[in-house]
Every structure is written in C-alpha cells, then in structure tokens.
Write a protein that binds this ligand. Structure first.
Ligand code: ATP
Length: 426
C-alpha cells in the first residue's frame, strides 16, 4: 500500500525546521516501510505573509504493509507533537496522509499554492474530495503546505543536501571553515551553486537562525552535491545529513499574467513597456510599466544591491519581461523584481551643448545663451540632440544569490532563461 506523508509549519524564528523533522521521520519510517524516493522539499508561494523563512514544506512516500500504516501515522503525529515549536503564535502545524495514487486535483492545488494565495478552507475541501486524512494543530494552516508537498510531481527538480547540528549547538555560531567553502565552489560550481558570493566574499551555505540546519548544498547532480559536502571542513560535529529532492531553482512559481489580473501575493511574469523611469525611496528603486491592461509599479528593493544599477538604466519606452512577487506596498500593488529580460531598448537622447562655431572651444551656459570659454563668442542656447549608447543588453538580469528566491532558477543552470523567454512567443 502506497502512503504519502506531508508536513508543514512546525518551525518558528526561535527554532526547529520542518526539514529536520521530515528528515528524522524519513529515517524512522524507512525502518518500517520502503521509501519510494528521497524526501521532497517543496517551496510554496514565496509571497505569503505567514512564512517563517522560505515557505518550505516536506513530503515523503513509502510502500508499506497495510498493518503498519497506523504505526507510521502514529509516529508522524508523535514526532510533530514532540518537536514542533507550538509556543510561537505563527506556528500552526499541519499533517496530511494520503493512500494510493496522487490525484490530478491535488497536483492542481499544489501549483495554486506555489503561485497564489490559498485558504485553509480550500485545503480542507481538496483533502475531503481526494480522501486525504489531515491533522490540524492550533489553526492548522500547515495543512496547505502538507497537502501541496504531497501533490508535487517533481518532474523538474534539483537537490539540496542538508546537514543538521547537534542539539546542544542550536542557536550557537555555525563552525564551517570559510576557505573550504570557497575551494568547494571553485571545484563544483555550477553543479552545486549558491555556495558563496564571490563579490561580497561571503559564505551562503550556512543559515543564520536558531534552527538545526548547519549547512545546505544545492545542486543539479546528487553525487556532486555529496562530494562537494565531503570536501568541506566543519569545526563542529554533524548530527546527520539528508538529501532532499526539491522544486528549488525551477521557476515553478512564475506564471504569465496581465497586469489587470494581478492579485496580492501572486508570483508572476508580466510583459510591458516602461512608462516611468526609476525613482528612489530610501535605498529602494522603483519604476512603472504598462502592458495596455494597466500600470504596475515595479520595485528592486535594497537587499537586491548591485541589481539596482541595471534597473536604474531602464528608460521610458523600453520593453521588458519582468518576473517577481506581487505585494501591496504603501497601498499599491507592487512587483518585487526577481529578474527581468530586456525585449527592446528605446533610443536614449541627451541634449548637449555645441562647440563654438568660431574657434571650436567649449561653450558655457549663461541663462538662455551660450558663451565660448576660449574666445567669448555668444550665441542663443540651442542644444543638439545626441543618441547615447545604452548600457543594457538584450538579456536577462537577475538579483544576486543572497537576494534570490529559493524557487527562482539561477541563470547559470541549464534552462535558466527558459521560462521567462517563453513569454516572447505569446
Ligand atoms: P521553513 O522554510 O523554515 O520551513 P517556512 O518559511 O516554510 O519555514 P512555515 O512555518 O512553513 O514557513 O509557514 C508557512 C505557512 O504558510 C504554512 O502554514 C503553509 O501551509 C502556509 N502556506 C504555504 N503556501 C501558502 C499559500 N500559497 N497560501 C496560503 N498559505 C500558504
């Protein structure tokens, strides 16, 4: 008998991690039943407000003897009750069990949970329709992620190896030799990626919070992920490790929409023309696009750092395809930019002072006339339009790795540009 288990919303900023609980359970249940595959780490809509960090949920599937199924379910319930951080107001665990094959209806629900906002009621309805068993703790919002993780077919996927820490070290500084991570990146990039930021000279594989994760290695090749991990030097003991199959770096969340159809928390791709070039509020950079159905404010927020310099190069009339998350900001729907593709660039005209017609010297503005600095010749101020070269190219620009969504496909990976370029064939 095939049994699928989904878990979500067990952690808080104060500790725990749903992947840790999932990895523990995967090991324990594997003693009772035959795992069908690696456990799944499914990232859901990155724009929902309830997430602790990366809106991840975990699912796993086993072939089990019918009489062991109650034991398996009891084990999952016991571990969640024991380990979930119930003290935090925003932790609302949910568990889902489904026996047999995965119905299409659940897969459809999964992709809605990745791209839009869904309600607990909608999750309950799907569970009832497909005969899934759900367990809600507190408000039980976790059933959304628990069901969605079961329903993901993972036709396209990457891997993440997660190494966990000894319990006594949770909350303490993570001890990984930085040089070994840079060496690993030199050897294994891009088969493993997002290991380091070479520009900032920072290590990206270690999270910052109090959770049990020591390090995570992402990659497209399971063996290389493992070899990369083995090449690292850790200065603290490792509790255990687990490789997950995941929809990270697949662009799963991006779906084309027209501006008139956008709703708060959507993850989307839109195509439009710049109708207002950039302006800045603090260190955030904004501009506006229109696709004929409406106008949309687009933002490159401060954490996107050097990406903002490309956004500042966009001018009115440029046509772009933009991908990101829609969120209300100061009462207005705003696209939080993950990447953009330049479809066409408008001509950039700057008005320059002519050279002195008498001596070729440099002219200086004096109110509404020009005066030569060399010979003093005066003439009415008539500026000459000059086309200046554009600094942008017809390509995709993406945010740096530490500002990138888990779901966003890095351009360095095969097909990294595919989803956004598909929009050109509309
Ligand atoms: P971590 O990445 O450390 O596991 P997290 O960022 O995954 O933490 P959760 O604690 O899992 O955060 O909280 C996310 C909550 O949002 C869960 O209850 C999940 O069921 C719910 N959720 C996920 N996707 C959606 C969606 N599309 N619409 C509404 N709720 C969602």
């Amino acid at each position: 008998m095939l049994i699928h288990i989904g878990i979500d919303d067990t952690d808080s900023p104060n500790g725990m991690c749903t992947t840790y609980l999932g990895a523990l359970l995967y090991k324990e249940i594997s003693r009772l039943a035959e795992p069908i595959d690696l456990p799944k780490l499914i990232r859901l809509n990155p724009n929902v407000p309830y997430k602790t960090r990366g809106n991840g949920a975990v699912a796993m599937s086993f072939e089990a003897d019918e009489e062991d199924i109650p034991k398996i379910k009891a084990l999952v319930l016991e571990r969640v009750k024991e380990l979930a951080d119930f003290s935090h107001e925003n932790t609302n665990p949910g568990i889902a069990f489904l026996e047999g094959n995965i119905p299409k209806e659940l897969e459809d629900f999964t992709f809605r949970a990745i791209r839009e906002h869904v309600s607990i009621g909608e999750a309950e309805k799907v569970a009832k329709d497909i005969n899934a068993e759900i367990h809600k703790f507190k408000c039980g919002r976790g059933i959304i992620g628990a069901l969605a993780a079961i329903g993901h077919p993972l036709k396209v996927f990457t891997y993440e190896l997660l190494a966990y820490r000894k319990r006594k070290l949770w909350g303490k500084e993570r001890k990984v030799k930085a040089e070994s991570v840079f060496e690993m990146d030199k050897k294994f990039y891009p088969f493993t990626y997002d290991n380091v930021d070479w520009e900032k000279k920072s290590v990206l594989i270690t999270p910052r919070g109090k959770d049990p994760v020591l390090a995570g290695i992402r990659g497209i090749d399971k063996n290389k992920v493992l070899l990369a991990f083995e090449s690292l030097i850790f200065e603290e003991p490792i509790e255990f490790l687990q490789i997950f199959k995941t929809n990270q770096s697949t662009d799963d969340h991006l779906k084309f929409k027209q501006i008139k159809d956008l709703r708060n928390f959507d993850s989307v791709i839109v195509r439009g023309k710049v109708v207002k070039a950039y302006w800045e509020v603090g260190r955030h950079v904004f501009f506006k696009i229109s696709d004929g159905t409406g106008e949309l404010r687009v933002a490159a927020y401060e954490p996107t750092k050097r990406f903002r310099k490309y956004v500042r190069e966009l001018i009115e009339g440029d046509e772009i395809i933009a991908a990101g998350g829609v969120k209300e900001f100061e009462g207005e729907l705003t696209l939080n930019l993950e990447k953009f593709y330049v479809v066409s660039l408008a001509k950039k005209i700057e008005y320059k002072k002519p050279k002195c017609p008498k001596c070729g010297g440099t002219m200086k503005s004096k109110g509404d006339y020009l005066k030569c600095k060399k010979c003093g010749h005066k003439m009415p101020k008539v500026l000459i339009p000059v086309e200046v070269p554009r600094k942008l190219e017809r390509k995709i620009y993406e945010v740096p790795p530490d500002a990138r969504r888990h779901l966003s496909r890095p351009l360095v990976l095969p097909l990294g540009e595919e989803k956004i370029l598909d929009m050109l064939n509309l």
